[in-house]
Design a binder for this molecule. Structure first.
Ligand SMILES: Cc1ncc(COP(=O)(O)O)c(C=O)c1O
Length: 427
């Protein structure tokens, strides 16, 4: 069964069970657990055996507690970047030693909580380092602590996602005059700094660029350890950022390619001298989720057909505001969940419900002719989409369902119920 047929089967089952319903539930998200499990198993098998690796899922990609709990059961930890994400990971049953706290803006409260719990922490800048030092001197901590380096190796194709550019707001800029030495001295003066971290960027960063940034990290750690005269830095946190293929159906992510690129571009990473932490987000979930919504109305405007649905900027925020950087595949189904015939196509816009003209998830796209009552699926939205809603127009937050046995007889479990946002705000 191809992936489109798999989605059709899921939609048909969801319609039969009333989970997707024109009147009561016109916008729903799904996550295919079998595919997620396959993908995580692939990740766990991709790294060289014999080197301890913690794969910390980047919670920003999907902060829903049942999702984190499932990823924990599959062997992952979590990378958190706020008090809220830390709470979500703990609520999901993750223990502090499987957590990493990153953020460029950690407050005193967040630092105290993470250090008090013993979660690993990556310091972003020298001012934060001074705070961390004062907390440790005051109360001690079991946390593994590192500093985030910006290797300044350049940007990928999406500037907003590139964190190793010359002017990025993240980390200590390694190539700025005097910074490397200042950083080395900070390590030598603080024997409790046992880690170093970098995250070159997310979608749009080619693998050789990521490997180049990681290689800078390894070179830096080697230099600190040489100057210290012992293996002070023991763990390298290489971030996430494996790009996702938003153009085709690919059941698993290219973790083998990622590891091969690192073996070539940053060979000392796998020397056995360092433990490794990764922070993958989108590559874990994006391909295994989709959003389904009813076509509420259609119209012809200026000679173009427009399908008006319930999925717009509130669930596909990046796609709506940066359409060139974040295009999504759109698939049409009839009201029973059967694929629309591909023979009859037309150039169409697919719009969301939000009150601004740019609220389009597809523009001038050739698609099977969409009619009132049809269902539209937005593909590859398992990460950073329905689980991270934008609260414009007080639209309801859509329910998210996990699917077991998607390829045979789909069974659904509720990951998140629908939230009437209006009421939530009034509380
Ligand atoms: C520090 C850090 N780690 C990991 C990630 C996850 O990136 P991705 O979802 O592309 O794997 C991000 C994304 O913003 C990040 O900022």
């Amino acid at each position: 069964m191809n992936d489109s047929a798999r989605r059709s089967q899921i939609l048909t089952a969801a319609l039969t069970q009333g989970l997707l319903h024109e009147e009561h539930s016109p916008l729903v998200a799904f996550l295919d657990w079998e595919r997620v499990q396959l993908n995580v198993e692939h990740l766990l098998g991709a790294f060289p055996r014999g080197i301890p690796v913690l794969h910390a899922f980047a919670v920003k990609a999907n902060p829903l507690v049942p999702v984190l709990a499932r990823l924990g059961e599959l062997g992952m930890g979590a990378e958190v970047a706020s008090d809220g994400e830390l709470s979500a990971a703990l609520a999901a049953g993750m223990t502090p030693e499987r957590l990493v706290f990153d953020s460029p803006a950690k407050s005193w409260g967040e630092l105290r909580r993470a250090l008090g719990l013993g979660a690993a922490l990556n310091v972003d800048n020298f001012q934060e380092l001074a705070r961390v030092r004062s907390i440790i001197e005051e109360s001690g901590s079991d946390s593994e602590i590192g500093i985030r380096l910006n290797p300044q190796v350049g940007a990928g194709s999406i500037a907003a996602m590139s964190t190793a550019s010359a002017h990025s707001k993240f980390g200590v800029p390694l190539r700025d005059p005097g910074m490397r030495e200042q950083l080395i001295e900070a390590y030598l003066a603080s024997p409790w700094l046992r880690r170093a971290h970098t995250h070159v960027g997310s979608q749009g960063c080619p693998l050789p660029l990521i490997a180049e940034g990681v290689n800078e990290l390894v070179r830096f750690a080697d230099e600190v350890n040489f100057r210290a005269g012992y293996a002070q830095i023991r763990t390298l946190d290489i971030g996430g950022g494996l790009p996702v293929d938003f153009a085709t159906d690919a059941p698993i992510s290219a973790f083998n390619d990622y590891v091969a690129a690192l073996a070539e571009g940053a060979p000392r990473l796998f020397s056995g001298d360092y433990e490794i932490v990764t922070e993958f987000g989108r590559s874990i979930l994006a391909k295994h989720g989709f959003i389904a919504t009813y076509v509420e109305y259609t119209k012809q405007v200026g000679g173009r057909r427009v399908a008006i649905t319930h999925a717009g900027a509130q669930v596909a925020t990046r796609t709506v505001f940066m359409p060139e950087a974040w295009p999504l595949r759109v698939e049409g189904f009839d009201s029973a969940g059967a694929p629309k015939p591909a023979a009859v196509t037309e150039i169409q816009d697919v719009a969301g419900p939000c009150c601004f003209a740019g609220d389009l998830v597809a523009r001038g796209r050739e698609l099977p002719v969409l009619e009132q009552g049809d269902i539209v699926a937005l593909l590859d939205t398992g990460a950073y989409y329905a689980s991270n809603p934008f609260h414009y127009n007080s639209l309801p937050v859509p329910p998210v369902y996990g699917i077991e046995h998607a390829g045979t007889a789909p069974e659904f479990t509720e990951i998140r119920g629908a939230v009437q946002h209006e009421l939530q705000l009034a509380r």
